[in-house]
Design a binder for this molecule. Structure first.
Ligand code: BTN
Length: 323
């Protein structure tokens, strides 16, 4: 831990009492002016620290940013988020940063988070609305040992982890919409963008991008009817740090399950959360549209749809509307 984080840990341990500059400097083993510099940096990171010439420093509010030191505190994982967590105040897309790091050898479990994205990407070349400090924009680097054809399973794992995180931490009835949207009351609250790089017949890396609308008060006109946030649904702001921690825990647990027990238990849980089998849907693809009943989601995550003439179709990707 660097001296800034150690100063922070000491202030946190004192839980709302003043700590003298002298005690801090003795404890951390740096000069009082170095302590002052650390306090200034912590304030820039969003910590509210009161200072009094006689009493010293008091931490009155922790930062609301997705800072690595906050995510790590109480993180119940073994690998995910245990190594590097890289935090940006602003970046174009966390998936782009993650791919760069992965190409340069960043290990499994490396996490990239940003307060804001200037070019957040969604599926099919769409943009992802990424205002500062209000959503979660995160990309996780994975290096699974599986054939590239099985990589879509990672997206199923992520959808289950993200939906369960919302179910666990909020009162919302989060559901999955095939292939990988997370909805609340029919509106999108989170989305997943998985990108994969292969070498020969093996996966080199997978970048799992998760965007979640947490404390976003309103959306641009074009998506206001189709998007929602935890704040809009509950009327309350939620801690983004808690959500990221819970998501990492579940993601690690389900990735382990995939390794040890295979895809079946994940697909079973996914189907419970998606509630799509047996329902009438419309699927719009680039070149055609099908209407019919969902027969199943198979072991590859492919949607099997029986149309009104009784013909079955295997659909790999598309936009689903319930009828
Ligand atoms: C979708 O539903 O279309 C997928 C949205 C994925 C958005 C996330 S936000 C973090 C990561 N970085 C990106 O540029 N996109 C993903």
């Amino acid at each position: 831990m660097n001296t800034k984080d150690r100063s922070l840990a000491y202030l946190k341990a004192e839980k709302g009492s003043y700590v003298s500059g002298e005690a801090l400097s003795r404890r951390i083993g740096i000069t009082r002016s170095a302590i002052w510099k650390n306090i200034s940096k912590l304030r820039e990171e969003g910590y509210a620290i009161e200072s009094s010439p006689r009493k010293g420093y008091l931490l009155s509010r922790v930062s609301e940013m997705l800072l690595p030191v906050e995510i790590r505190e109480g993180l119940a994982t073994e690998v995910f988020g245990r190594g590097d967590i890289i935090h940006f105040t602003e970046t174009d897309s966390t998936n782009e940063r993650a791919k760069e790091l992965a190409i340069n050898g960043a290990p499994e479990g490396t996490l990239i988070v940003s307060e804001k994205q200037t070019a957040g990407r969604g599926r099919k070349g769409r943009t992802w609305f990424s205002p500062s400090g209000a959503g979660i924009y995160t990309s996780l680097i994975l290096r699974p040992e599986m054939p590239p054809s099985e990589a879509p399973r990672i997206t199923f794992v992520t959808a289950v982890s993200a939906a369960e995180t919302l179910l666990h931490l909020t009162p919302l009835e989060a559901r999955i919409k095939w292939p990988n949207d997370i909805l609340v009351r029919g509106k999108k609250i989170a989305g997943i963008l998985t990108e994969i790089s292969t070498e020969m017949d093996a996966i080199d890396y997978v970048v799992v991008g998760l965007g979640m609308n947490v404390n976003i008060p309103h959306f641009p006109d074009e998506i206001t009817d189709t998007a929602t946030s935890i704040l809009i649904e509950t009327g309350e702001p939620f801690s983004r740090v808690n959500i990221v921690r819970e998501y990492l825990r579940r993601q690690e647990e389900y990735c382990r399950m995939l390794r040890v027990s295979g895809f079946k238990p994940i697909l079973t849980r996914w189907k419970e959360l998606a509630n799509i089998v047996g329902r009438q849907i419309k699927v719009e693809m680039i070149d055609r549209t099908h209407i019919g009943e969902v027969e199943d989601i198979d072991q590859e995550g492919v949607l099997i749809l029986k149309d009104r003439e009784g013909t079955s179709h295997r659909i790999f990707s598309g936009d689903v509307t319930f009828m």
